[in-house]
Design a protein around this ligand. Structure first.
Ligand code: ADP
Length: 395
């Protein structure tokens, strides 16, 4: 077990900055996942910890030791990769024990460690199987057992489940959580899959274009995303974003105005471009407004396409005045479309007019220019009727 610390780590390849000045501190025994789109620098950051790549700038610490220039084998780390490279002509026992034999451990110690690791990953009774007699998930467990027997201070896992089918991936997520609980070892995990990151990790480090966007527990990233990138990347389906402008009574967008108490965004000024973010589950039909502590005024919309998912239904909404234009645009980028999630028993059809409200306490505001979050949850205009200005209410 060991703590891992990156201090201003940068990795440059000629004209590409793969990792841009990343600093982070991973606690002893913590499960931290690096997540972000392909090419954001996750693997390079992990490789800097493993010693497979040398940072251009910055330092890497494992425990109290500066390991920046140490060889991978001297760092006390074990890696599991996406491509499971088992020796095809060796049985499971020999595959798992290969590294120990190279290091000249005695037979008794090797047997003890292999059996213990096989027990942890539930491969008991399969030690004499050949790799081609095993499923993808079982082979991946052999690869994990091979890392466990080395008794590493830190496990590094780079997309270890990427080649497995969807069902097995979900199953292996649970196994990895159990493994972490049993071993209590520091785990750094790399994935592009935000669901995988959300379900397994103590904290997730969200990366984009080589830069660390946020490092926080999964639910903090979900409920209090640091910026537009994290807000859009974490959560599926993605958060709705609507561009607007701060006005006296709140935020005005092309289609609606949300009144709110400006006091919560003291750093923003009237006229500033702000982006309103709201997750599909926080958009409601106005008939349910009463169940919300602070609903916005009703917004005119028309239902477009419905997507029944079984446990919920996704409703694509076109905001009133922009229907025609929205239909012609790429739906994913249309600013005049809102995605709403409703329960399956909701009576709603396609192409019908509806009024929707947003849950003010779940509205996020971002500075459109910088992308930085300004507020998570806004409050209604305090102590005054909607539509009146602060001065009228105060006087
Ligand atoms: P991720 O793991 O998030 O997909 P990587 O860390 O593999 O991203 O890569 C980050 C960026 O660095 C990408 O733009 C990638 O093309 C670039 N990169 C990675 N390795 C090299 C290399 N050996 N030479 C040049 N560019 C590289």
């Amino acid at each position: 077990m060991a703590r891992v610390r990156l201090e201003n780590v940068t990795k440059r390849y000629e004209d590409v900055i793969a990792v841009d000045d990343i600093s982070l501190d991973i606690e002893d025994g913590e499960f931290v996942t690096f997540v972000g789109p392909s090419g954001c620098g996750k693997s390079t950051t992990m490789e800097a910890v493993a010693g497979l790549t040398q940072p251009t700038d910055g330092r890497v610490f494992i425990g109290d030791d500066d390991v920046t220039t140490l060889a991978p084998k001297d760092r006390g780390v074990a890696m599991v990769f996406q491509n499971i490279a088992l020796f095809p002509h060796m049985d499971v026992f020999d595959n798992i024990s290969f590294g120990l034999r190279l290091r000249k451990y005695d037979d008794e110690e090797i047997s003890r460690r292999v059996e213990q690791a096989a027990d942890i990953v539930q491969l008991e009774g399969m030690l004499d199987r050949m790799p081609d007699e095993m499923s993808g998930g079982q082979r991946q467990r052999v690869a994990i057992a091979r890392a466990i027997v080395r008794n590493p201070d830190v496990f590094l896992m780079d997309e270890p489940l990427a080649n497995l089918d969807a069902k097995l991936r979900v199953h292996m997520r649970t196994e990895l959580q159990r493994l972490h609980r049993e071993l209590e070892t520091t785990i750094i995990y790399v994935t592009h899959d935000q669901a995988e990151a959300m379900t397994m990790s103590d904290r997730i480090a969200v990366l984009n274009e080589g830069e660390l966007q946020q490092i926080a527990p999964p639910l903090t990233c979900y409920n209090e995303p640091a910026n537009l990138f994290v807000a859009g990347f974490i959560g599926s389906p993605s958060m709705n974003f609507v561009d607007g402008e701060l006005v006296e009574e709140g935020i005005r967008t092309d289609n609606f105005t949300v009144e709110f108490d400006h006091g919560i965004v003291p750093e923003a000024a009237i006229g500033d471009a702000v982006t309103l973010g709201v997750r599909p589950e926080d958009v409601h039909l106005s008939e349910y407004a009463e169940s919300l502590a602070s609903p916005t005024a009703p917004i005119d919309a028309r239902t477009d396409v419905l997507e029944p998912m079984g446990d919920e239904v996704f409703v694509y909404l076109l905001l009133a005045e922009e229907e025609t234009r929205s239909m012609e645009q790429d739906p994913a980028s249309s600013p005049h479309q809102l995605l709403m999630s409703v329960t399956p028993d909701t009576e709603i059809g396609e192409n019908q007019p509806v009024d929707v409200v947003l849950d003010r306490s779940k509205i996020h505001l971002f500075d459109t220019a910088t992308g930085d979050a300004l507020a998570h949850g806004i409050t209604g205009p305090s102590g005054r009727e909607p539509g009146t200005t602060a001065t009228e209410a105060d006087s």
